[in-house]
Structures are given as structure tokens and as C-alpha cells.
Design a protein around this ligand. Sequence first.
Ligand code: PRX
Length: 660
Amino acid sequence: MADIETLKQETRVFNASDAFKENATISGMDAYNAMCADAAQDYEGFWASLARENLEWKKPFTQILDESNAPFYKWFDDGLLNVSYNCLDRNLENGNADKIAVIFEADGGQVTKVTYRELHQQVCKFANGLKSLGIKKSDRVVIYMPMSVEGIVAMQACARIGATHSVVFGGFSAKSLQERIIDAGAVTVITADQQVRGGKHLPLKIIVDEALALGGCEAVRNVIVYQRTGADVGVTAGRDLLMSELVASQSDVCEPEWVSAEHPLFILYTSGSTGTPKGVQHSSGGYLLWAMLTMKWTFDIKPDDIFWCTADIGWVTGHTYIAYGPLAVGATEIVFEGIPTFPNAGRFWDMIARHKATIFYTAPTAIRSLIKAADADEKIHPDRYDLSSLRLLGSVGEPINPEAWMWYYKHIGRENCPIVDTFWQTETGGHMITPLPGATPMVPGSCTLPLPGIMAAIVDETGADLPNGQGGILVVKRPWPSMIRTIWNDPERFKKSYFPEELGGKTYLAGDGAIRSAETGNFTITGRIDDVLNVSGHRMGTMEIESALVAHPLVAEAAVVGKPDETTGESICAFVVLKRSRPTGDEAKQIAKELRDWVAKEIGPIAKPKEIRFGDNLPKTRSGKIMRRLLRLLAKGEAITQDISTLENPAILDQLKDAQ
Ligand code: PRX
């Protein structure tokens, strides 16, 4: 992995072809600069005209930005609209009824195509089904589903009736699911009997049963089950219903629930540096506006495009760039159930070739692992596939190192596709800093420039602006339409986490460090400045993993740090003190395995530490504070050259030096 010093020295610059530029929605830097100038001159007017042009309103808004209760900003608050209407009905009215909305490819390769008309019908029927169960506007519905058309239908159906959904990634454990169900106060859980990934059938409904059995979820009246595999997963009478039976007798007409632009479309849980996951609450109007604008600006979406975002609907990327954005702009999108390495690591390239994908959006971790796979097996090297349909590539979720960028550019894009390295977060709702493919010169490893209207800046701890060339804290100085509205159930934490007093209380703190190039002004993200890890583009709090570890009966104390990893970007390294003597050899291996499995059960397999090291103690200051900076060095295997005079127990460093 390239470190920040290498990135700073990156001098290669790439531009889109003239042909791409000519046809691009935003063509050339003059066009970009003009939009930035418009936004700077009349900030509210800029967003208001975009919101009028892009969204269909039942009742037009008269207020644009309401800052009276900052940082609880409101956008277009008195306007009424419906997100599902904007994504579906609008396409029926403007000639897209028979256009393919979704090309779904199952894990085993079966392909199902769904038109806008069919998707609309399915959503209306399911929405009526939800209503028949008494689910109404503002109720919360947890969705724990595999990648499927039905997953998208579930999200859109909630939007249609004004219920707020909270999708929980299918890899989370029963305990994580239970915590989210309780925090959201969900009245219904929508799930599938099983999910199918890499040829394996994995449980979902059984995990929902376990989650509900853990207690505290009494608000849940129903569990709706989509039958993916038909496995017998048991039925709790009076509570469980099959999705197919629920929709069977429903009408395919469902009048949308017209809601305020500020109505919470969804809550999505994400990790913070402390405590339990945060329920990031998003709006309806501002959020959908952003999903549409970024489909147009960043992805340059055109009517003939076949768009493929490989994310899961359990993450924000799957919300904005699978469930909402592509549909709102009337695109055709690919939805994939499986994994990139099944039946072999050529699956993505094969799918691009077969479905003639034109825009491909994935994560650096996937790219890095597929580079390795292609190096190891010539037969599935992307050069062997016809990728000529591609015209644009995207990257998301974590820093992309220049070597991976170059490989992506050369072997997937054939040096003919711009790459948009999109920096954003669950909290931002959509892209924030990214090249515009027909305008911005691209530099490998840099997310380049903020979207028009995004007032991103780099400041020091006091909020003072830093000059280009000097690394600091990434902030956004003005509210934007798709920003997080609050943390569900915890407005104080929202203020503290994102609008801290030290920065004046009105500046959005992203939680990332960044640096701008002295020459170009391009942004490069230098990584999180808090205790949040990014493993394979999945965000995880060190505290969450530590709490899971110390909940194990054998563990006295644990500290978790991130360690650079060639494939996954970062990996999890846990330093553990047991209540008994420090284990070594096979016994250490055995206990480490037990702890890993324990974390998988507590949080989910994505949170399993890659490495566990046992010590008699942890390096602490005399006042008892764990010195994480030393643990990070130990994890990396670097020599400790700093002053360790404040360290209570220096001998411990030797013990923790080696992985067991
Ligand atoms: O650290 C940044 C990193 O991912 C974090 C956000 O994670 P999450 O909320 O899970 O959203 C992921 C999907 C948008 C950020 O704080 N990150 C995201 N995109 C990039 C990135 N780091 C560098 N470059 C990116 N393009």
C-alpha cells in the first residue's frame, strides 16, 4: 500500500478522451468552475433550482435551507413529495415503462430482468401488503435481506408508504441485528429464508428468530419472509408471513404517501469511534436530490447506460447507488447476488461482458483481491474478456492506492475509461469529493475536487484554515441537501460527533484527515482521525470490537488497532490480556480461534480480528491509559523509537511484538 508520502509525490495525470468530454453532462473544467461560482454566489438558489428541475413535487417547497436550529438543518421542508413516486411512477409517465430497470444475476448465474412497470407493480403490491399489516407513515421497518430485487422492492415499498427503513447488512450477527431493531424501535422485520453466496446457503430468517429471542424487540409485530431458497426455516404463528402470500391478493395500485422533504427516508447504522453504532438518519427530498445529481454529475448517466454498482444494499453505497439513484434517473442497473470469486475470480469481468455494462463501480479491496487472483490464474485475467462496453469506472469506500488505480485503469478500463474515485460517507448520503469524468484531470490515489456547492476545506484542531500542501482535518463548511439529519435517538451525540464546539458548532467534521496539493488543490484522504477502522471498505469502531472481546469470559482486557493490509486496506489486530496466564504455542492459537469466532457471533464475521496477540498486560501510561500509538507500531512490526518514558511497563512491548 502506498503511504501518504508516495501519494503526495504522485505526478501522473489522466484525462478523459475528447469524445468522452464532448458528450459528458459536465464537460470541461470551465463548466465545473462555472457551477462552483454559481453555488458560491447564490448558495440557496443553486440548490433550489436543482431541486425544482430534478424532483417531482406534489407540493412545491417555498423554504430552501432552514438554519434556525443549526446544526439540525432542514432543506425544502415545506415541500411534499414521495421518493418511490420519483423513482418509479415518473418512469412510467416518461416513456420508460418497458425499459429494464434491473438486470438481476443470481449467485448461480440465473438472470432475471425487471422492467420499470413490473418493478412499480411489485412495489405497489408490497406497499399495500405492508399497509394491510397496519404499517404506516413514520413506523420503522428493519430489512435484513440478501441482494435481490425483493430487497429493493422492500426499500421502495417502505418509501412509498412513508415508513422509515433501516437495512441491516446480512453479514451482521443476531446480536447486532437485535441492537438495531431495538434502537430503531422497528415494528416489522423483512427478511429472507436464506441467502446464497459463493454456492453456499447461509441463514437469515433463523438469525432474525435468534435476534428477537434475545429480547427487547417487543415492538416487532411481524416478520415477513421472502423465500429465496425455499428452505424450511420455521414459522412463528401469528408473527411470520411469507412475502409471496402477503402480496398475492394485493392491488398493484398504491397511492404514495406524500411526505415532507425532511421526512426520514431511512436510518442506517454505522460505526463511530465510541460506543454503539450510530443510526444515521437521512431525509427524503435532499437525499434523493443528491442521489440523482451524483448519478448525473459523477456517473454521467445516459439513457443507454448499463450501470453496475457492486455494493450490498446493507451499506450506504447500496442505498444511494442501487436502491434509489439509478431508478430515480431511469437507468438500467445490474444487481448481483453473489461474490466476485464464484465460480471463479473472473465473475465480474464475465458479467460486464455478458450484460454489456457501461459504468462499473466497486471498492479498492475488490480490485486488489482480483489483481492477485488474475496474477495467479491467467485464465481469469480481465484481458481475456471483452470489456469494450465499459466507458466509466468508479471506486468507493476506502483509499485506492496508485498501483491498484493504474491496474484498474489499464486492464479494466483499457486506458479509455475515466475513473471516479468517490470520497463520501454514510453520513453524507452521496459523493462529496470526486473527479467529474468529463472535466477533472485525474490523479491516481486522489479523490481530486469537491462537487459543485460542496464547501470542503482542511483545517487545524481550532478550525483555522490550513494552506494547500499542509495536512489537517477534513470539514465541510456549509450544509448540503443530503447530509445526515441527526443520529436516531441521540441528537446530542450528533452534535458532538459532527458539529463539535471546537470548530464553532456549524462546521461538519468528516472524521477523516486530508491534504490538498499545493499545485492543483486536489484533495487526498489520509485516513480516519478517530478510532474507526476501514477493513475491506467496511467501517468498524475499535471500541465495538474491544467490547465484544471483553464480553468473552476469558478476557480481562483488550485493545484493537488497525494494521495496513495489502488487500483489505486495513486489518484488525487485537491485543488481549486474559484473566488467566498468558497462553503460548498451540494453546494461544486455540484461544485466538475461539475469540475470533466469538467476535463473529457478537458482531459479525467482518469484525473478526485477523491477528490476536496475548500479553500479561497492555502498554499503559502511569495514569493507566492504553498507549494505542505504540500498539499501532507493534502491529505494523515497526521499531519503537519514540520516547517511552511515560510508559508504566516497558517490558510488555517485547511480549507483544510478535504475532502468535
Ligand atoms: O475514511 C473514509 C473512507 O470511508 C469512510 C466512510 O465509510 P462509510 O460511511 O462506510 O461509507 C463508505 C461508502 C461511501 C470515510 O470516512 N472512504 C470512503 N470513500 C473513500 C474513503 N477514503 C478514501 N477515498 C475514498 N474514495
